[in-house]
Design a protein around this ligand. Structure first.
Ligand code: BG6
Ligand code: MG
Length: 225
């Protein structure tokens, strides 16, 4: 049976570009300022998670969940964003992860729609800086979404805007919370990264240069058979 896939919906940070590393560095800096140091393993639990939810997780790690008022927390989140914006200041097309434009071209050539489902309020800025805005038929960012990944809302909103059935969409993610969101949306989940964090994905590659629509559609067909 031929795959019925109509659209591919991408996460941004850590899939299109390595801004996941800059989010890590910016949170780490804030964590040190708050005397809550954390490592990369803990950082995995922040990937795909909204700015305020990430701050809550860091404060809980340090036992400081009740130490700040809502206004103070807004100020801390804004401070993290200042660190982050400073780090992404220089990004350009050279910061696209390997193989991403080839993969986007392959999807376009196959006549599928392309969407983005990002938890970041900086998504449009990053996409413009990378020079890839024209690839995306629709982008949903954190500004208009009520529920953070692992909730499926952002992926469902992207599918709706693309007029695609969720069951006919492929989602691409580097975060465990993102893969959970794709699965909860009823989509086929492609994970990019280590097996330990992306066990829930339907198909997984180690890095973006291994992304191939032909290979993914073959796997979708096999799973539908
Ligand atoms: C997600 C990242 O895409 O966006 C998270 O994986 C980040 O690490 C989240 O916290 C929110 O980003 P921003 O730019 O709105 O602070
Ligand atoms: Mg990500």
């Amino acid at each position: 049976m031929a795959p019925t896939i109509e659209a591919v919906i991408f996460d941004l940070d850590g899939v299109i570009t390595d801004t996941a590393e800059y989010h890590f560095l910016a949170w780490k800096q804030l964590g040190e300022e708050l005397e809550i140091p954390f490592d990369r393993e803990f950082n995995e639990t922040l990937k795909g998670v909204s700015r305020m939810d990430s701050l809550d997780r860091i404060l809980a790690l340090g036992g400081k969940q009740d130490a700040f008022s809502p206004e103070e927390k807004e100020a801390l989140a804004a401070k993290k964003n200042e660190h982050y914006v400073e780090l992404i200041h220089h990004i350009s097309a050279k910061d696209l992860l390997p193989g991403i434009t080839d993969f986007l071209d392959e999807i376009r050539a196959a006549g599928l729609k392309i969407g983005m489902a990002s938890a970041s309020k900086n998504a449009f800025t990053v996409v413009e800086a990378l020079g890839v805005r024209h690839y995306f038929d629709h982008i949903v960012d954190a500004a208009t979404v009520a529920q953070s990944k692992p909730h499926p809302e952002v992926f469902l909103r992207a599918a709706e805007a693309l007029h695609a059935e969720p069951a006919h969409c492929i989602g691409v993610e580097d975060a465990a919370a993102g893969v959970t969101a794709i699965k909860a949306a009823g989509m086929y989940a492609v994970g990019v990264g280590p097996a330990e964090t992306l066990a829930e994905s339907d198909y997984r590659v180690d890095s973006t240069d291994q992304l191939s629509l032909t290979k993914i559609l073959a796997r979708v067909s096999a799973s539908e058979a």
